[in-house]
Design a protein around this ligand. Structure first.
Ligand code: NAD
Ligand code: SER
Length: 313
């Protein structure tokens, strides 16, 4: 009989972790999935939870040993907008934290590691439309710099230590399960709450700022599909481009107005506009489609309809 999987999720209380833990528990059973974060969960009654700072290598090693961890989903990070407020902290959490996790994974014989990268690895000189897998990567933000370096570390651990690391360059993620944690794409979540609560939203990006986006159910589907894929078929061990939606704030607002005709949006771009301008508008994810059969389920209309159903008035 195959030994039981023991799955550790680091940064489990964030926007992705909240929903990924639920999906993993549905698949593997509640007690096989240990949620962990530097902050306490609002509700940790659904399964095991550990308070854990990924910056503390001793504590990370202890958690790996204690739970006999076989798979890791390492989500703990400082995102793009927050990272620009404290670049040194962002570098330390995103880089030292990743190295602590990769090192522990090798030391404790972990079978598979998932770590997300981002469209933030691209920069001003990357192709803006249908940005290919192997585009110029010249990120301006400390977040993007740390993600690009992280991708190379993941590839390095795969090549030199045989660690089965898998990664996606997520676009901006839209969800109602948990609020986003300080990114440039957060407007695409805030807009729904403000539309429902006040019928009005002031957007911090320009109305024509096109960005690649994805609805959370598709992000969870992509993550699980990549982790279940045949490792021999994965040609990319840095991070896969993965794509679904591409829209501007004005296009998103118009899609919401179809259902809430009185909804009004103003635009007051701030420092996050400068970040967004360096990122692609859409992504070519051919490698993901060919290597592990990636295909999203949600288009813009379906995502908007589902968000509006789930966000309270
Ligand atoms: P989030 O900010 O919502 O959650 C991150 C979690 O990490 C938080 O719960 C936070 O408390 C925790 N954390 C921070 N520092 C920690 C530390 N030192 N030790 C332990 N936990 C710590 O972020 P998210 O949106 O859930 O993103 C998860 C991952 O996905 C990150 O690597 C992020 O860069 C990546 N990603 C997210 C998006 C997106 O749109 N949400 C897009 C691309 C990539
Ligand atoms: N959504 C993320 C951010 O804006 C992209 O990685 O930071």
């Amino acid at each position: 009989m195959e030994p039981r999987e023991m799955i550790l999720v680091l940064g489990a209380n964030g926007q992705i972790g909240t929903e990924l833990v639920t999906a993993l528990r549905a698949k593997y059973g509640a007690t096989s999935v240990i949620a962990s974060d530097i902050r306490q969960a609002r509700d940790n009654s659904n399964g095991p939870f550990e308070l854990l700072d990924i910056m503390n290598p001793v504590a990370v090693n202890e958690a790996f040993a204690k739970h006999k961890v076989t798979q890791v989903y390492h989500l703990a990070a400082i995102l793009s907008a927050t990272g620009e407020q404290n670049p040194r902290l962002a570098w330390q959490v995103n880089m030292d934290g990743l190295l602590n996790v990769l090192e522990a994974s090798v030391q404790f014989g972990v079978k598979k590691v998932f770590w997300p990268s981002s469209i933030a690895v691209f920069g001003n000189h990357s192709k803006k439309r249908l940005t290919p897998q192997y585009a110029v990567t010249d990120p301006d933000t400390i977040y993007g710099i740390s993600k690009l370096a992280g991708e190379r570390w993941c590839n390095y651990y795969y090549r030199t230590r045989g660690l089965d690391v898998r990664s996606l360059r997520y676009p901006g993620l839209i969800s109602y399960g948990s609020k986003p944690g300080g990114g440039t794409t957060d407007y695409a979540v805030e807009i729904f709450y403000e539309a429902k609560a006040h019928g009005q939203y002031t957007c911090f990006l320009r109305e024509d700022q096109r960005l690649p986006m994805m609805y959370m159910p598709d992000a969870i589907k992509a993550t699980l599909a990549l982790m279940e894929a045949d490792g021999d078929k994965l040609r990319i061990r840095s991070s896969y481009n993965v794509s679904s939606l591409s829209f501007t704030p004005a296009e998103l607002a118009n899609a919401i107005k179809v259902q809430l005709p009185l909804f009004a949006v103003n635009y007051a771009p701030d420092f996050r506009q400068v970040i967004a301008e360096t990122w692609p508008g859409s992504i070519d994810d051919n490698y993901a489609r060919l290597d592990w059969g990636w295909e999203p389920d949600y288009d813009l209309q379906a995502m908007v309809a589902d968000m509006l159903v789930h966000i309270p008035n």
